[in-house]
Design a protein around this ligand. Structure first.
Ligand SMILES: [Zn+2]
Length: 259
């Protein structure tokens, strides 16, 4: 099931994944500005930068903050991911994007089959809610099996209901770039900034390493000719200025020769 998902990628998903990969690799550690000092940023600064750059590239991208109340066995909580409203043919599609996807499924002492399932998960998830639900179902079943084989209890946050609440419950969409305000905010000394940033810097490094590893395995394929035409179209039509870094990036990507 998870293996099938890897090859079942619609062209607009592929296009988004390609640009997300390039943007993620281009983020510099110095650009990370962590949010609310009272709590952990948990990579929120990376997500804000990606949303900002996706919007500059003409995508209707936003930060989605989900929160859900305790309901029966499902404990309440909150989570943050990105979404992109894509135009595909005649219908408007919403794509859920998570750049910290794999680590959400890490469990203690995974069995060989769970570890194999983990390997089929993409580094960056970009897909429809329907597709995400299929992944969650597979991973919830795999986690249950792995933990029971090890005679370990199933933590409530590993159940399908909890995972569905995380990504598929009601959410608030926002795309205000607050980084300048935060940087100039009072009491935000450089030292405090560095200490708080540590976790996000590690997350960014991890993301880049995973992207590189995935590219090595050739899972991220070079753009096909149809994709290259689409990227040229994007570069020319999304009011990108010739000579701007984004235009040059898209142009370079579009002229890349397929293997
Ligand atoms: Zn941060």
């Amino acid at each position: 099931m998870l293996q099938a998902l890897k090859y079942d990628i619609a062209s607009h998903e592929k296009e988004l994944l390609t640009i997300l990969t390039k943007l993620s690799l281009s983020i510099k550690e110095i650009d990370l500005v962590c949010g609310n000092p009272a709590s952990d940023c948990k990579g929120g600064c990376i997500r804000r930068l990606l949303v900002k750059h996706l919007r500059l590239n003409g995508y209707d991208a936003a930060i989605c903050s989900s929160s859900w109340p305790t309901n029966g066995k499902v404990a309440g909580g909150e989570y943050e991911y990105i979404d992109v409203i894509a135009e595909s043919g005649f219908s408007n599609d919403r794509l859920i994007v998570d750049v910290d996807f794999q680590s959400q499924f890490a469990i203690a002492r995974p069995t060989h089959s769970y570890a194999t399932a983990m390997k089929f998960l993409p580094v960056i998830f970009a897909g429809s809610p329907v597709k995400l639900e299929k992944v969650l179902k597979s991973m919830a079943e795999a986690a249950k099996l792995s933990l029971s084989q090890n005679s370990m209890p199933l933590p409530p946050w590993r159940t399908l209901d909890y995972m569905k609440a995380k990504w598929l419950s009601s959410y608030e969409r926002s795309f205000i770039d607050t980084s300048d305000r935060i940087r100039k905010g009072p009491g935000n000394s450089q030292w405090r900034e560095r200490v708080r940033k540590k976790q996000c810097v590690e997350q960014l490094r991890h993301l880049k390493l995973c992207i590189a590893a995935e590219a090595d395995k050739n899972i991220v394929s070079k753009p096909s000719s149809a994709d290259r035409n689409r990227m040229m179209y994007l570069a020319n039509n999304r009011r990108l200025q010739t000579g701007s870094p984004y235009f040059e990036k898209l142009k370079a990507l579009a002229s890349e020769k397929p293997e």
